[in-house]
Design a protein around this ligand. Structure first.
Ligand code: PMP
Length: 407
């Protein structure tokens, strides 16, 4: 085909740099997640997944599955159109109400993914609010960065979670310039959490709007799973909360929750919302069931916290270095791309453990890691096996251990 030589040479370059991505071909086992089968060539291997973003196992929850089956059987497979042209079913309407309620906002708007919700919302606000300056945390997700870039709005990048740097930038901007501070609550690679209250204080002082990506926190934190802003009583201080239905809620899709006017504005101007087929109604029904379940039940969250604490404790006991953050994400630090990939491959081949290696450019060079996300469904035996395997591989790779006191 035309240009194939070019495609191949670029892919070879990626492989030579060690940045070529290989996907595990998995089949999750219904009712037995995190157990799965990995299809490698013609062989099938049993594995335990330790890097899933279905943080609470809701993708296998019986209420979610029942709601999806029910919707599929009653209203069919696809939405049949964009939201504007026949694709808004009552399942979409109910889900948007559920999401607005979850975040204590007047309205919510669905998108086909969290990526699209960030890209479309920031892209639209940046393009449509005259003179808007977007102040973006240095570690914001690619979807926010792309949305801001696409908007062509003036962008200011402030040092990650650094309030002094944010304030210095706010101070340097004209007092009457419209401003929006865009940041995340739980950062996915380091698992650290933004100082949301202090950022809101600065936003008030400098008359800026706030945009908070709670993708790694919705369903996970707060008494009803509303995220870190809910847990800290700050939802009303955030102008726009963005989230996903694809991680803790176990399905797929993204959304924003905000004032009725802002949501109507994005609904009316965002091409990433307007010109694409709506999510399947069964997906909306499943997401609705998942949100309702996690609003009422803290059981999954509590169990998950327990498992996260156990994994951290065991890693500490054997001196495997990991970032001591206050979230459910455990970044085990390898610090070398070749060793990181070797450990990941060997975990899969010899131990039936699946953890995707995280290398540059997703994280800075020298901070290559295994990002572990324990869930309520990991058993004590799973934890023992994971820690035992890491212990063996740490020795084999001659990686340094940390004395307990230094962690
Ligand atoms: N924001 C953040 C911080 C993310 O990590 C991700 C996905 N990993 C997204 C947005 C996109 O969400 P989704 O997977 O629903 O597209």
């Amino acid at each position: 085909m035309k240009y194939d030589d070019y495609f191949r040479s670029e892919l070879t370059r990626l492989k030579d740099e060690g940045n070529y991505r290989v996907f595990a071909d998995l089949e999750r086992e219904r009712g037995a997640f995190p157990k799965a089968r990995n299809h490698i060539d013609d062989a099938v291997r049993d594995v335990t997944i330790w890097c899933s973003n279905d943080y609470l196992g809701m993708g296998q929850n019986p209420e979610v599955l029942a709601a999806m089956h029910e919707a599929l059987d009653t209203v069919g497979a696809g939405a049949g159109g964009t939201r504007n042209i026949s694709g808004t079913t009552h399942h979409h309407v109910l889900l948007e109400r559920e999401l607005a309620d979850l975040h204590g906002k007047e309205a919510a708007l669905l998108f086909t993914s969290g990526y699209v919700s960030n890209w479309a919302t920031l892209g639209t606000l940046g393009a449509k609010i005259p003179g808007l300056v977007i102040l973006s945390d240095a570690l914001n997700h690619a979807s926010m960065i792309e949305g801001i870039r696409h908007s062509k709005a003036q962008k200011v990048i402030w040092k990650h979670n650094d309030l002094d740097d944010l304030e210095a930038h706010l101070m340097a901007l004209p007092a009457n310039a419209p401003k929006l501070i865009a940041f995340e609550s739980v950062y996915s690679m380091d698992g650290d959490i933004a100082p949301i209250k202090e950022i809101c204080d600065l936003a008030d002082r400098y008359n800026a709007m706030t945009y908070l990506d709670e993708v790694h926190a919705v369903g996970m934190y707060g008494p009803r799973g509303g995220g870190i802003a809910e847990r800290e009583g700050l939802m009303d201080r955030i102008d726009i909360i963005e989230g996903t239905l694809g991680k803790a809620f176990g399905v797929v899709g993204g959304y924003i929750a905000a004032s009725a006017d802002l949501v109507d504005f994005v609904r009316s101007f965002a091409s990433g919302f307007i010109f694409t087929t709506a999510l399947p109604p069964a997906v909306a029904a499943g997401a609705c069931a998942s949100i309702r379940h996690l609003k009422a039940s803290a059981a999954e969250r509590d169990l998950q916290k327990d498992k996260v604490a156990k994994v951290r404790e065991k890693l500490d006991e054997i001196g495997i270095p990991h970032i001591p953050n206050p979230s459910h994400i455990i970044p085990v630090m390898v610090g070398d791309p070749v060793k990181c990939k070797f450990i990941s491959d060997t975990l899969m081949d010899q131990f039936g453990i699946y953890i995707q290696p995280i290398n540059y450019p997703t994280v800075p060079k020298g901070t290559e890691r295994l990002r572990i996300t324990p869930g309520p469904v990991h058993s004590e035996a799973d934890i023992e096996r994971l820690v035992g395997a890491l212990c063996t591989l740490w020795t084999q790779c001659q990686l340094a251990r940390q004395p307990l006191a230094a962690q």
